[in-house]
Each structure stands twice: as structure tokens, then as C-alpha cells.
Ligand binder design. Structure first.
Ligand code: ATR
Length: 268
């Protein structure tokens, strides 16, 4: 039997088990996926403990992604080195990965949006923004990062060799943009958008990394403006699919994972 799980604090509400267990059933593999409540000072112990118990792989969520990326026990993929955060560990190989970046890219492409050569505006400069900016730059997009705290945007922009801005510059920047990404927490469990509805336009694709609710205020405003929309549940599904593919070296049943996740999100 294979064993997987997720490290987090808190972790009780993680929807990863729902997604992964639906995949195991579809693939007919004998595997379980558990939530592990790991305290901040026990991350390294947890890696060793899980390895000793024969756990094959874990996902990592808040607040441990940076600690896992720095673990002296693990090798790192190039994405982890660049982003400074890991969300997936293969405990058989003792190597960590960041599938948030690839998950975001796959969510865009599966929706028919090719980021190569596009002009992208990313709102936010935290952990989610780092993975998204990394993926966009790797895909050959031209990126501007806008953040409430402009110094954070400038630091991130310098690191990834893109442009930095303050949120007040967004209305002026947005008309020339193909892709708008919300990587702030604005809209999470609240009916608020990080941008005024009247600046959204029909040439845009709008992606919201927030998935609680799935149809955020930003996505509803974007739809009303005639823009294409991609929701954060898609990124969550594809980061999970990418993790499963690393662990099991086979294709993930994305549709089944997507359906299980959306049903669980609906019930929240
Ligand atoms: P995550 O890892 O999910 O990205 P984070 O690192 O805490 O979380 O980053 C949260 C992001 O949301 C930041 O870009 C933050 O802006 P600041 O750097 O100025 O704090 C942004 N954010 C949070 N609340 C916001 C608000 N009310 N208005 C605008 N931006 C906000």
C-alpha cells in the first residue's frame, strides 16, 4: 500500500485528501492520503518521521513551504531554488518540488490561454505571486507585479527581472494587458475585488488564485466585462495532479480530481 499526505498548520480543512483519494479510486491504486498537523518547529522531524514510517510523498501547505525548501535533508528542483518554496516532497527520492508554478501554467493552457509572449499583470507579492511570476517568466511572458506595499513588488520584480508597481497604478496599466492575475488574498471569504470593475475589459483573461469562493467578486466582474475567467480551483487541481504525477510516474485523472474538489468546495 502506498501512503501520501499533507503537512500544514492548520491542516484540518485541506481539500487535498478529497482530490487525491478520488484519483486513487479512479486509478485503482491501493493508496491513502492523510492530513499531518505539523508544528512550525517540527518540520525537519516530520520529514524524517514520515520517511521512517514509509510515507511515499507529502504535499506541504502554509506555513511550511519555505522551511521544506530549505531542508538540509532534501534535494531541490530548479523551481524550488528559484521560488524559495516547496509544496511537494518525494520521500523515496528525498527531493522537493514546487508544483504551484506548473499547476498555474497548466490551468492557463488547459483553458486555451498561451502565456508565451503575453503581457501579464500580477497583483500581489507574497508566496502565491512568487510561483506565478516564476511560471510566467519561464513561459516567456512580459510581467508587471503590482502590490499594495510597493517595496515588496519592487523586490520581487528585481529578483525575477520584471517590472514592479503599486496597486494605484493598476487602472493605467490594465488596458494594455492580456492577462490579469490576482495573487493577493483579497476576495478570500469576502465579497471584495482587488480592482475596480470598470477597468476590466473584454480583451482580458482574468485568473484568480483565490478559490473560496470559487466565483470571486473579481471573476464575476470580469465575466460582466466580457473577459475570460479562470478560477483558483483549477490551479489547485493541477498542482495536485502534478504532485501525483511526480510520485506515481503516471498521468493523473484530472477530471475526476476536479469534480471531487469542486463538490467539496460547494459543500463548504
Ligand atoms: P500568499 O502566500 O498567499 O501569497 P502572503 O505572502 O501573506 O500570502 O501575501 C498576501 C498578499 O496579499 C500580499 O501581496 C499582500 O499585500 P502586502 O504585501 O501589501 O501585504 C496582499 N494583500 C493582503 N491583503 C490585502 C489588501 N487588503 N489589499 C491589497 N493587498 C492585500
Amino acid at each position: 500500500m502506498e501512503l501520501y499526505g499533507i503537512f500544514g498548520d492548520p491542516v484540518a480543512h485541506s481539500l487535498s485528501p478529497v482530490m487525491h483519494e478520488a484519483a486513487y479510486e479512479e486509478l485503482d491504486v491501493d493508496a491513502d492520503y492523510a492530513r499531518f498537523h505539523v508544528r512550525e518547529d517540527r518540520v525537519e522531524d516530520a520529514i524524517h518521521g514520515a520517511t521512517a514510517l514509509g510515507v511515499d510523498g507529502v504535499n506541504v501547505t502554509v506555513p511550511h513551504k519555505q522551511a521544506v525548501a530549505r531542508s538540509p535533508s532534501l534535494d531541490r528542483s530548479p523551481e524550488v531554488d528559484a521560488i524559495g518554496a516547496a509544496n511537494t516532497v518525494d520521500l523515496n527520492e528525498m527531493k522537493c518540488y514546487n508544483t504551484d508554478a506548473a499547476g498555474f501554467g497548466r490551468a492557463l493552457r488547459e483553458d486555451g490561454f498561451d502565456p508565451t509572449g503575453c503581457d501579464a499583470l500580477v497583483l500581489g507579492a507574497g508566496g502565491a505571486a512568487r510561483a506565478i511570476v516564476y511560471e510566467l517568466v519561464e513561459s516567456g511572458a512580459s510581467v508587471t507585479v503590482a502590490n499594495r506595499t510597493v517595496e515588496r513588488a519592487e523586490l520581487l520584480a528585481e529578483e525575477f527581472d520584471v517590472s514592479g508597481a503599486g496597486l494605484e497604478e493598476v487602472p493605467g496599466l490594465i488596458s494594455g494587458v492580456d492577462l490579469l492575475v490576482n495573487a493577493t488574498s483579497v476576495g478570500m471569504k469576502e465579497d471584495r475585488s482587488p480592482v475596480d470593475a470598470d477597468v476590466l475589459h473584454d480583451g482580458l483573461t482574468v485568473f484568480d488564485a483565490v478559490y473560496t469562493p470559487v466565483r470571486t467578486r473579481l471573476l464575476r466582474d470580469a465575466e460582466d466585462a466580457g473577459a475570460d475567467t479562470i478560477d483558483g480551483a483549477a490551479m489547485l487541481v493541477y498542482q495536485g495532479a502534478e504532485a501525483l504525477e511526480i510520485w506515481m510516474e503516471r498521468s493523473a485523472p484530472v477530471d475526476v480530481m476536479d469534480e471531487a474538489l469542486r463538490e467539496a468546495l460547494d459543500g463548504d
